[in-house]
Ligand binder design. Structure first.
Ligand SMILES: [Zn+2]
Length: 483
């Protein structure tokens, strides 16, 4: 059997695309997880091996760029106010599963290549690799309805540069390092000092101007009114003004650098305290005054959005909180409210969709890794046991940079479980969080095995991802209840 026979025996049928008299398709070698781009016809610009009529091209960055140039739907693009779902994929193998679910969720646009610089450091991937992995998945599934790419939690202009170069379209600027959390509880004299010391030149304003803009007015927003007094204004200004100027700096940097359409999200979701409605109002009125334009904003909501598990808190309080944030978003945009750490918050979705009137972005990341582990528990119990055992070892250390509350003593011990009980570990709260935050350790030790197992069992992997995202997207799709 020659190479062509090997590859042509397993075409991904949805990948086939014909432009003029050139056909592009994705192939997989029988009995192997090796994939190739096949080209029939003029293949100038691609690098590969000729096998009869076909050029068989490895999935390199160069071939990805060449393919993007001829098949424009493989380029990320802005999505505007369309309801959207961020499908972070730390392993770079989950996109086909995401697409299969997205296809069924009418009106929901996918944001596929979504990764923060912090995650890149932990997964050892570059923004370009994240983008290319997602693109090959889009090609494999023949998804032509567009997708966004989220350069998540950007902190510096250098972060912006490297992701802009990789073709990202949705830039999430996180000015959280510039939020002064002390201002939340500082005494009035301290607050006065903080206020006086704000970067007034960068704010293009003065203390008197700022007071004149906000004090003595009642801001009418639909069914509610917002009013600042001296203290609430000083607290909001002291806490968020440096974050506002940083967001403006990032916006201007991106705007001057990008000569293609792009969009901005501003996230303040990783602050120490929830974002009050007054603070949200303050942040967006100041950003707008400074010329910033954004499509999406992530406040920190009340209650607890822990990683990979459902909402912890009072849903009525959350509804009231979302209602106020959504009213501000309509008044100053409209822009989407963004749900960060949004995976697995099944009780929140109908409320968020209703209160935002379907102007909403859902951001998920580690949950796809967890569902990949569910697939591994099904097809390679021994490997899953190792990964789960490592989670017990590493949890205390690895949890430090995450917002989680798992207690390992409550999670089932690996040695007490039969093989067929292992997939259910992913449904146990403590185990799920432990596995979530130890992903960097798991990838460092078992990354090669994890990826090769998923590649060799991709149907099981895609099915696990698809089923999990079906549960996420149902509430966001057109025709869902509550709209
Ligand atoms: Zn976030």
């Amino acid at each position: 059997m020659n190479m062509t026979d090997l590859f042509t025996q397993s075409i991904y049928p949805d990948s086939t695309a014909t432009v003029g008299d050139v056909t592009y398709l994705l192939l997989r070698a029988e009995g192997s997880d090796d994939k190739r781009l096949g080209i029939l016809g003029d293949s100038a610009g691609f690098e590969g091996e000729r096998q009869g009529d076909l050029l068989l091209c490895p999935l390199t960055a160069g071939n990805a760029a060449a393919l993007r140039a001829v098949l424009p739907w493989l380029q990320a693009r802005p999505l505007g106010l369309q309801v959207s779902a961020g499908c972070g994929d730390r392993l770079g193998l989950a996109t086909p599963g995401h697409i299969r679910s997205i296809r069924k969720a009418r009106g929901v646009a996918p944001i596929l290549a979504q990764q923060s610089i912090r995650e890149n450091a932990r997964t050892g991937r570059t923004p370009q690799e994240v983008m290319d992995d997602a693109m090959w998945g889009v090609f494999q599934e023949g998804w032509r309805d567009g997708f966004g790419a989220d350069a998540d939690h950007l902190k510096t202009t250098a972060d912006a540069d490297v992701t802009a170069a990789a073709g990202y379209t949705f830039f999430t600027v996180d000015p959280g390092d510039h939020v002064d959390d002390e201002a939340h509880t500082a005494s009035l004299p301290d607050l006065e000092r903080k206020f006086a010391a704000l970067p007034w030149a960068d704010l293009d304003s003065s203390p008197a101007d700022l007071r004149a803009r906000f004090l003595g007015s009642t801001f009418e927003l639909e069914d509610r009114q917002l009013q600042f007094d001296e203290e609430s204004l000083l607290r909001a200004a002291a806490k968020y003004s440096r974050a506002v100027t940083h967001a403006a700096r990032m916006y201007r940097h991106l705007d001057s650098m990008l000569d293609r359409p792009w969009e901005l999200e501003v996230s303040v979701d990783e602050t120490a305290t929830p974002t009050s409605h007054l603070e949200h109002f303050y942040i967006v009125s100041e950003m707008r005054r400074l010329g910033v334009r954004w499509v999406s904003l992530a406040p920190r909501y009340v209650g607890s959005f822990e990683k990979g598990v459902d909402y912890i808190g009072d849903l009525d309080e959350l509804r009231a909180d979302l209602a106020g944030h959504a009213a501000i978003a309509r008044a100053f945009g409209p822009y989407k409210l963004s749900l960060h750490s949004g995976s697995d918050k099944f009780s929140v979705y109908p409320i968020a969709v209703e209160e935002t009137r379907h102007v909403v972005h859902l951001k998920t990341a580690g949950t796809s890794y967890l569902e990949a582990l569910r697939a591994i528990a099904q097809v390679d119990p021994a490997l899953f046991r190792e990964i789960y055992g490592l989670a017990f070892e590493r949890y205390d250390e690895d949890r430090r940079t995450y917002h989680v509350s798992a207690i390992p003593a409550r999670a089932p011990r690996p040695d007490t479980l039969a093989d067929d009980q292992l997939p259910d570990v992913l449904d146990q709260f403590d185990a799920r969080e432990m596995l979530h935050v130890t992903f960097g350790s798991a990838l460092a030790r078992y990354g090669t095995e994890i990826k090769s197992t998923l590649r060799a069992n991709e149907d099981a992997h895609y099915a696990a991802i698809e089923a999990h995202f079906d549960r996420h997207l149902a509430a966001f799709a057109e025709g869902a209840e509550g709209k």
